[in-house]
Write a protein that binds this ligand. Structure first.
Ligand SMILES: CC(C)(COP(=O)(O)OP(=O)(O)OC[C@H]1O[C@@H](n2cnc3c(N)ncnc32)[C@H](O)[C@@H]1OP(=O)(O)O)[C@@H](O)C(=O)NCCC(=O)NCCS
Length: 170
């Protein structure tokens, strides 16, 4: 896998959305995500509570993890307004594998944003990073997230109690 990817100028297109490495402009969006009941405290990325000032360190960590080739954190942005919609994270979990995670702010749910962003991120990772497989986990019964993964081409590999998913690329 290629883990050395320059973040500068990277923009992925996904219909009315754009994905780009997380940056200081996303501070308000990161705070909104970290404080949304369905995201903050539920995703390992956000401690709970998530006070506003955590966002600065969070964004710096996203940048340093990208430079280290461990986590590629992409913000999902509405192209027209520049508004932060959510995030997609691709994490290196093995020599040949990435893990996909994502979240969408409540105001943007149910509009296909997670699906479009996940597909764009997977397409990009396939060529830019070149993993043999991408894996994902959801909480049990997380029907919307599982539907997103199915639409992005993932196959269920786990159990009802421990849902895991895989997309083979190699
Ligand atoms: C899960 C989440 C990412 C979905 O984002 P979203 O932008 O609303 O998702 P989309 O609109 O792209 O697609 C959701 C799909 O799930 C379906 N869906 C939504 N709620 C559902 C439910 N309760 N049961 C079954 N399917 C459901 C939608 O109908 C849609 O499928 P369709 O296009 O075939 O109709 C978002 O709710 C979220 O961020 N949740 C909190 C964080 C999280 O759980 N992240 C995932 C862990 S990796």
């Amino acid at each position: 896998m290629n883990r050395t990817i320059a973040p500068d100028g990277l923009v992925l297109s996904a219909g009315a959305l754009r994905l780009r490495p997380t940056a200081a402009d996303d501070r308000g969006g990161v705070i909104a995500a970290g404080q949304a009941p369905g995201i903050g405290g539920k995703m390992p990325w956000f401690p709970s509570p998530f006070p506003d000032h955590y966002a600065d360190g969070w964004i710096e960590r996203a940048a340093s993890e990208w430079r280290a080739g461990r986590h590629f954190v992409l913000s999902v942005i509405e192209a027209e307004s520049g508004a932060y919609v959510g995030s997609v994270v691709l994490s290196v979990v093995a020599d040949d594998a990435l893990e996909l995670a994502y979240w969408i702010l409540p105001a943007w749910e149910g509009k296909g944003a997670a699906t479009a962003a996940a597909i764009a991120a997977v397409d990009w990772a396939r060529t830019a990073i070149g993993p043999a497989r991408i894996v994902a986990k959801t909480r049990p019964g997380a029907a919307a997230s599982q539907r997103v993964l199915a639409k992005a081409g993932f196959t269920a590999t786990g159990t009802e109690g421990q849902p895991t998913f895989e997309l083979k690329l190699g």
